[in-house]
Design a protein around this ligand. Structure first.
Ligand code: XCC
Ligand code: SF4
Length: 676
């Protein structure tokens, strides 16, 4: 009887409907293939495993051994006083706020620890302890030195001379490292925000002291019996999120740029179709570009190319998943293999000879999928291993970086001949132009000599560009892969909102073909199309990985500095969005956007609905304090409408709403003339 039950259950095991799981044809094909081969993917598990209703509401506390204390919202809502309590007496607000800021801590820790690793490599490069890494962008080094309060000139016998670059680099490395744990002072980059913003943070008491401390303090304050006021909890959540966006993430971005080069526009391709049947496919996945930089360098050598040819392949095809992909795309034009939800699918092609992973967003199920093929799955980071016995660990160390990278590339090449299962690479791929950043936007919109944000500002003021949308974040298996990303971005550009993108949203846009200048006349409203066509940029600008959301903060600050659009980020006609978020990093990003004055809308879900008072605090009260606030909107069209309504509200406050009406009339009139 019992056995029968098991069999019945097994038979009834549901799998994902590929068409319902993703809008991407390549992914549909691979999900179907996985099912045909009896291989389970995240898409299948998402339909078989229901999310916990109480966790979804954000009101399940397990911060001590008396819990978990679950405080679901009653079916009919709260009638009268909300008397829900955990054993310790925590209210639903405390419960949800604790959970929310622990997510911020998790995300801020992930970004910042990544930044710390980069800073360590940076310092050893500056001290010349490694041959593999050298300071690449000295112009940016000088710029960042200034923000860290490091002198870049020196007076010798009454003359002002440039300081030695190596000396500056060492000091930048040391000063940067100090930002994680210094004993006094405050986060140095906080002053890179517009003065008004900095003063708001000062007034609210949320200027971070150092990066680590704000994260540790969250763990302390959410321990049983410490901070039990959701407002005070969120104050610390805010301080830690700022420490991420303007600290750990920003340092990661800046030091990576100095070390590996500041991105400038590059052409590449995106989607599983970038893999090649007759080449060695090495897929790089994760977030920290320290190792991937070396793999790119090594795999481009003649030695490795010859070696690949000696094994019968035509060469080595690198491609990337998640943000390691974005990093090497931005700096080297390496093509994108796919988003977070396509990681298993890359292996299911049967053509992935090796997948090398570092940290973050790496699904443990990769090991199970790799077992079904010849794929070598290689972990490389001391803090990110997998228990399965088919996983190979090659611990990466900056002191023998080139050797490690060579070992990995060789392993992929050696494995080329072991392909057994039939190879099936989807055909889909799209051309893209990526590699944007604070510097290249300035360059493109102004030219190298008169590079500035004035052109962008002018076009916002005159209404051709309605506003700026920062659309970022993950994929989430609980919602149709890429649907929200693509719909929201298309709707924004249709309404003349220029989009700055990072992370998996950028990859989704890339796959959809939105990252080319040619999309402007097809998808954009007339104003944005005109600007993009004149300047020759795509309407959706790929700014990089998730730590590179710091570029959006700095771009926004540059826009404020260029003038005419108010004195603070909160005055800009801009809005943020994470249509398909899932990681704790996204919560930290969302919150530092909010803390920086940006209205930020998330899709899918937000773990606050079980505590309506706390939710109202985030969605409404925050605007009064910081000018930015949270929102949740699952429907992509309504989601975009809300962003645009906010942008229009800001245009009106700036008194530039009329300009747009004029220009739209002008353009309509012009079109009529042209048509006549
Ligand atoms: Fe991960 Fe950065 Fe999210 Fe994509 S967007 S799923 S965090 S890879 Ni960062
Ligand atoms: Fe329950 Fe309070 Fe312990 Fe959380 S801290 S598990 S609410 S008793």
């Amino acid at each position: 009887m019992a056995q029968e039950k098991v069999i019945k259950k097994d038979k009834a095991k549901k799998v994902a409907d590929p068409q319902a799981a993703t809008i991407d044809l390549a992914s549909q094909e691979m999900i179907q293939r996985a099912q045909d081969l009896g291989i389970e993917t995240a898409f299948d598990r998402a339909v078989t495993m229901k999310p916990c209703n109480i966790g979804t509401q954000g009101t399940c506390c397990k911060n001590c051994g008396m819990g978990p204390c679950r405080l679901p919202l009653p079916k009919g809502g709260i009638d009268g006083e909300d008397d829900r309590k955990g054993i310790c007496g925590d209210t639903a607000n405390t419960n949800a706020a604790r959970h929310f800021i622990r997510m911020i801590a998790g995300g801020a820790a992930a970004h910042s620890d990544h930044g710390r690793s980069v800073a360590e490599v940076f310092l050893s490069a500056a001290r010349k302890e490694t041959d593999a890494y050298k300071i690449k962008d000295t112009r940016k080094l000088i710029d960042v030195a200034k923000h860290l309060g490091i002198p870049t000139e020196i007076e010798v016998e009454g003359k002002i001379l440039d300081r030695d670059v190596d000396e500056i680099a060492i000091e930048v490395g040391e000063k940067a490292m100090n930002e994680w744990g210094k004993s006094d002072g405050e986060l140095l980059f906080a002053k890179r925000a517009p003065e008004e913003r900095y003063q708001i943070w000062k007034k609210m008491g949320v200027v971070p002291r150092n990066i680590d401390r704000e994260i540790v303090e969250i763990m302390h304050r959410t321990h049983i019996g410490v901070d039990q006021d959701y407002r005070n909890l969120m104050k610390q959540g805010t301080r830690a999120a700022i420490a991420d966006g303007w600290g750990g993430s920003m340092l990661a971005t800046e030091l990576q740029d100095i070390l590996f080069g500041t991105p400038y526009p590059v052409a590449a391709e995106a989607n599983l179709g970038v893999m090649k049947e007759d080449m060695v496919n090495l897929v790089i996945h994760g977030h920290e570009p320290v190792l991937s930089e070396m793999i790119v360098a090594v795999s481009q050598t003649k030695e490795m190319d010859d070696y690949a040819k000696s094994k019968g392949a035509k060469g080595i095809q690198l491609s990337g998943i998640c943000c390691s992909a974005n990093e090497i795309l931005q700096r080297h034009g390496v093509s994108l293999c796919g988003t977070f939800l396509q990681q298993e699918l890359a292996i299911i092609t049967g053509a992935c000879d090796a997948m090398v992973v570092d940290i973050q967003c790496i699904m443990q199920n990769l090991a199970n999928v790799a077992k079904c093929f010849h794929t070598k799955l290689i972990t490389t980071h001391p803090i990110a291993k997998m228990e399965q016995d088919n996983v190979i660990h090659i611990e990466f160390d900056e002191h023998h970086a080139l050797e490690d990278a060579k070992r990995i590339v060789r392993m992929a090449i050696d494995n080329y001949q072991n392909r057994s299962a039939e190879v099936m690479i989807p055909r889909q791929k799209s051309p893209i132009v990526a590699g944007f950043g604070v510097e290249s936007i300035e360059y493109h919109l102004g030219g190298v000599f008169r590079g500035s944000y004035h052109t962008l500002n002018d076009n916002i003021i005159n209404g051709r560009i309605r506003g700026i949308g920062g659309v970022v974040g993950c994929n989430n298996a609980r919602t149709k892969h890429n649907e929200g990303h693509v719909q929201i971005v298309k709707e924004l550009i249709k309404n003349d909102v220029i989009v700055l993108t990072t992370g998996c949203n950028a990859i989704a846009c890339a796959m959809e073909g939105l990252l080319t200048p040619e999309t402007a006349p097809v998808f954009c409203g007339p104003g944005l199309a005109e600007v993009c066509e004149t300047v020759g940029i795509p309407p959706v600008l790929h700014l990089g990985s998730c730590v590179d959301n710091s570029r959006i903060l700095l771009a926004a600050s540059e826009v404020v500095k260029a003038g005419g659009l108010g004195k603070d980020i909160s005055e800009l006609p801009a809005a943020g969005s994470a249509p398909e978020w899932m990681s704790e990093k996204a919560i930290s990003i969302g919150h530092y956007f909010v803390a920086s004055g940006v209205y930020t809308v998330f899709g899918v879900t937000l773990p606050v609905s079980g505590a309506p008072v706390f939710q109202k605090y985030l969605f409404e009260e925050f605007e009064k304090m910081y000018g930015g606030m949270w929102d949740l909107e699952i429907d992509p069209i309504k989601h975009t409408r809300k962003m645009i309504a906010h942008i229009d509200k800001k245009r009106k406050a700036l008194g530039i709403d009329k300009a747009r009406e004029r220009i739209m009339v002008d353009m309509a009139a012009r079109r009529e003339i042209e048509a006549a």
